[in-house]
Design a protein around this ligand. Structure first.
Ligand code: SF4
Length: 180
């Protein structure tokens, strides 16, 4: 199948891409991540993904415009439920793009992360697949967690230390937020 793979970053793309290619799918990566903060981090993740895609001969479509304002407008005052909103923003754009450009289906590298709400991601993708008449290629990519990390280190890819948004950046570095 002709698959659009929503890619949050290069390191998280490695394992899902290897599985999809093993299954003989034609994969195009799609970067649309308005959640990433700050701007320099957004650029760094995007540049790393572009370099990785070139090295892997992976077709890549990118939303290069920084979507900070749109992201914050959606999550401010809803910080406690920001992750479901963030998933929906990114996955809806992916499904929309896939439907508009004739892809057979889509999936996301977010299903590779041990830190995301896997079941919610799966459900959101299933709903979007139905809505846009697409196939959703579900795989529990978490099974390749360590393999993906090892390969990203071997390839000397930039590995980000936090999920992406301004809140996750604070949670990573603000000692006062750490559990005692
Ligand atoms: S923690 Fe991660 S998934 Fe949740 S809102 Fe922030 S960037 Fe999005």
């Amino acid at each position: 199948m002709n698959i659009l793979l929503h890619a949050c970053c290069a390191p998280c793309t490695i394992y899902p891409l290897s599985i999809l290619r093993t299954q003989n799918h034609d994969v195009t990566a799609y970067f649309n991540n308005p959640n990433i903060h700050p701007f320099k981090e957004f650029k760094r993740r995007l540049t790393t993904l572009k370099d990785y895609a070139t090295a892997e001969k992976l077709p890549l479509v990118t939303e290069d415009k920084y979507g900070l304002t749109e992201f914050l407008q959606k999550v401010v005052f809803k910080e406690e439920v920001r992750c479901p909103i963030c998933y929906q923003m990114r996955l809806q754009k992916t499904a929309e793009y896939a439907a508009e450009h004739g892809y057979d289906g889509f999936t996301t590298t977010l299903l590779y992360s041990r830190y995301q709400n896997h079941e919610l991601l799966k459900k959101s993708c299933e709903t979007l697949a139905e809505q846009y008449s697409l196939n959703f290629l579900y795989e529990d990519f978490r099974t390749g967690w360590q393999q993906g990390i090892d390969l990203s280190i071997e390839k000397e890819l930039y590995r980000q230390p936090y999920c992406g948004c301004i809140y996750s950046e604070q949670e990573r570095y603000d000692k006062s937020l750490r559990s005692k």
